[in-house]
Design a protein. Structure first.
Lengths: 424, 286
């Protein structure tokens, strides 16, 4: 297949802090060294890696550093990474909103960007006028829009409001209209940033379906940024994981997503000897939490999972309850279930132990997070502070010769009865 | 390898060559330009009662004020022309220039939101501003022509010596637009990083009006040095040419017009080149 886009050593530097008098001094120095003395930009050599959480010495950071990759024609590439990893900067450079500091991008075909839907909507103009406006901003001409008008209106589901100023629209309708216009663009390369996060469930489904058609049916190249791993997995073939402006991994989408999520390391089973500094608060301290296989040494589909919690309760005479919430790597809640430990309001000060088993052949392979919530009289007294990551291994049993991870959250073992006869 | 040799259609680089202005791209986006023009015009008077009547009320008030202050109190000559006609002719042209300049000078700051999200040739925005301001100019010119007709037919019949030079009007308007566009984009490019210029602009434009023969005829300037300074102002020739063609008074000079035209071309070239450079990275500094 032909290469649709080629990123060549793309870097982007940003100056932090305020634009003020110091900027003029830097500008003058830059002008002096570059234009008068003909040397390189003095500030490019001192840029630091862009790590949002640590304080750096330099005012200049590399939002992107030496990004180098190619995108095949017709490929759907998901770009993932933490906030501030450089995803949006990369898309902004590709859609020509801002220029790279160094490097070159070469592309074949028109690049259409869908950075934020509804861009350029004027509140006083009607839906129809805004479709034209928005379409033209995205690079369509009038005939093109007129030809697709019915389709766009239909896709947006806003027929009734089409001749009403968009200031009377609900925010959801605005998004629908905006996406409808953008989805009917015809660029060979489509750049999409986090647009599916808005809109109701029905519309999201429609939007994902449309994006899939665009890439599969029409053979266009799509670059897609999202934090929603489920939609990334559903749409993309190739994944790029950005970390502090560098490419950390590039490859098949599933592997890249696993690497990204795997970044949350499996927690070790933990015992906190010193209860005073154990996780928790004044009311609850967690002394011990473990996740272990019921049978064997590793957690896999067939082993079953035993969850064991020991905690110290400091408040007597309340209705104490514990809830466990299990989420998949895509943040889908598998269950949120628990037990009231003292239904009669007679909790004691001291240590409680809570144990339960998730039977074998229940959960599929993959990464999971379990969170513990403590409640008192239907109010939470400790929540969100304690979470535990674990992994269910794929031991490849019971799935024939297939060595891949199979899809799905559950992997139950039903008594499937088979019968065969040559003729009925 | 055959496909590899296919030509790249888009190349994104840190900096382009100095004079590489993609005029073809601007032409490709002409539909967007016309939509911007339409939007500017239709949304301007949404939720106002008088609507486009404001275009007539504003210059009328200004003319009355000028008649009182400059004509009545300061007694500045109008070359023997009726005051309303004289002031109105100057105001029409000046107002158009003024509107275009102030509007285009905030191109980057006013559109930062949309520029930050999607790419289209940024020049479309100032160009559409200059075009949509033509409507206002046309209405005010209409007002001027109405007043002109009243004087020419009833009040002082046949005493206004309109001549063939009036046909230069379209060219004069193009020159005004070009100058305003050039100055405007230059200003907006300079203000993305350092906002000091915006504070200066207001003052600068007001001073400029007094340096342009709007409220006085060029003929009243007898001081040779002052005259030289006046003729350096590219607007002088344009305003005088219009007054000469329309009202038969004023100082028409091909040299001055040629100077204004050359000035406009040079300004536009410099303006577009700088604008083009700034537009690539302005999102990082705005």
């Amino acid at each position: 297949m032909a290469t649709a886009i080629e990123f060549n050593n793309i870097s982007k530097i940003y100056r932090l802090g305020l634009v003020s008098t110091g900027t003029l001094a830097h500008d003058l120095k830059r002008w002096w060294t570059m234009s008068v003395r003909g040397e390189e930009d003095p500030y490019l050599t001192i840029g630091e890696t862009n790590d949002r959480s640590t304080k750096g010495d330099s005012e200049y950071v590399w939002a992107l550093r030496n990004i180098d990759f190619k995108v095949e024609q017709g490929d759907v590439v998901g770009i993932i990474g933490k906030n501030g990893a450089g995803k949006s900067t990369l898309l902004k450079i590709l859609s020509k909103v801002t220029a790279p500091t160094t490097g070159t991008i070469r592309a074949r075909g028109r690049i259409g960007s869908l950075l934020e839907v509804g861009t350029g909507f004027h509140p006083e103009m009607t839906g129809r006028e805004n479709i034209y406006m928005n379409g033209a901003i995205l690079g369509m001409n009038k005939q093109e829009i007129t030809r697709k008008l019915d389709e766009i209106v239909d896709f947006s589901g806003c027929e009734r409001y089409i001749d009403t100023p968009v200031k009377r629209y609900s925010s959801g309708m605005m998004v629908r209209l905006g996406f409808a216009v953008a989805a009917h663009l015809d660029p060979e390369i489509l750049v999409v940033d986090e647009v599916l996060a808005v809109g109701d469930a029905e519309f999201q489904k429609k939007a994902i379906g449309k994006m899939r058609d665009v890439s599969k049916g029409e053979g266009r190249t799509v670059l897609f940024v999202s934090h929603n791993m489920a939609s990334i997995r559903a749409l993309c073939h190739t994944g790029i994981l950005l970390n502090n402006g560098h490419i950390q991994t590039i490859g098949k989408i599933n592997e890249v997503v696993e690497t990204y999520i795997g970044g949350k390391k499996d927690s070790n089973n933990s015992i906190y000897e010193d209860i005073a500094i154990a996780p928790g608060n004044d009311k609850i301290r967690i002394r011990e939490f473990s996740i272990s296989p019921i049978h064997g040494n590793i957690i896999d589909v067939e082993s079953g999972i035993r969850i064991n919690l020991v905690f110290k309760n400091n408040t007597p005479n309340i209705i104490l309850d514990t809830t466990f919430e299990l989420r998949t790597a895509d943040d889908v809640i598998v269950f949120h279930t628990g037990k009231v430990l003292s239904p009669d309001g007679d909790s004691r000060k001291g240590f409680y132990q809570v144990t339960f088993d998730i039977p074998a052949h229940t959960l599929n392979t993959g990464n999971y997070t379990i969170r513990i919530w403590f409640g008192q009289n239907q109010k939470y007294i400790l929540w969100g502070t304690y979470e535990h990551h674990f992994h269910i291994e794929n031991t490849y049993t019971n799935q024939g010769r297939n060595l891949n991870n199979l899809p799905g959250i559950l992997k139950p073992q039903f008594d499937i009865i088979t019968d065969y006869s040559e003729r009925l | 390898m055959k496909e590899e040799n296919q030509e790249w259609t888009t190349v994104i680089q840190p900096k382009e060559k100095l004079l590489q202005v993609n005029l073809r791209e601007i032409w490709d986006y002409r539909d967007l330009c016309s939509l911007f023009v339409k939007r500017n015009i239709t949304t301007q008077f949404k939720q106002t009662i008088l609507g486009p009547l404001w275009y007539i009320i504003q210059p009328t008030m200004t003319v009355i004020m000028y008649m009182v202050v400059f004509g009545g109190i300061a007694k500045i000559s109008t070359d023997g022309l009726p005051q309303p006609l004289f002031y109105l002719s100057g105001i029409c042209l000046w107002q158009y220039f003024n509107d275009c300049l102030t509007k285009t000078s905030s191109t980057f700051t006013a559109n930062a939101g949309i520029f930050g999200k999607v790419y289209f040739p940024r020049l479309i925005v100032p160009i559409s501003n200059v075009i949509s301001n033509l409507l206002r100019f046309a209405i005010q010119l209409g007002l001027f022509l109405a007043v002109y007709a009243v004087y020419q037919i009833w009040i002082i019949p046949g005493q206004i010596h309109t001549n063939w030079y009036v046909l230069l009007l379209p060219l004069l308007v193009v020159m005004l637009a070009g100058l305003a566009l050039g100055f405007g984009i230059l200003f907006s490019s300079m203000t993305t990083k350092y906002r000091d210029m915006t504070l200066l602009l207001d003052y600068f434009v007001r001073l400029w009006m007094y340096a342009t023969p709007v409220i006085y005829p060029l003929s009243t300037i007898t001081n040779e040095k002052l005259r030289l300074v006046m003729s350096l102002n590219p607007l002088t020739g344009i305003v005088e040419a219009f007054k000469y063609g329309m009202l038969g008074e004023g100082q028409f000079s091909w040299t001055m017009l040629a100077y204004s035209f050359a000035f406009m071309i040079a300004l536009l070239t410099v303006g577009i080149v700088i604008f083009n450079r700034v537009q690539k990275n302005f999102m990082d500094t705005v």
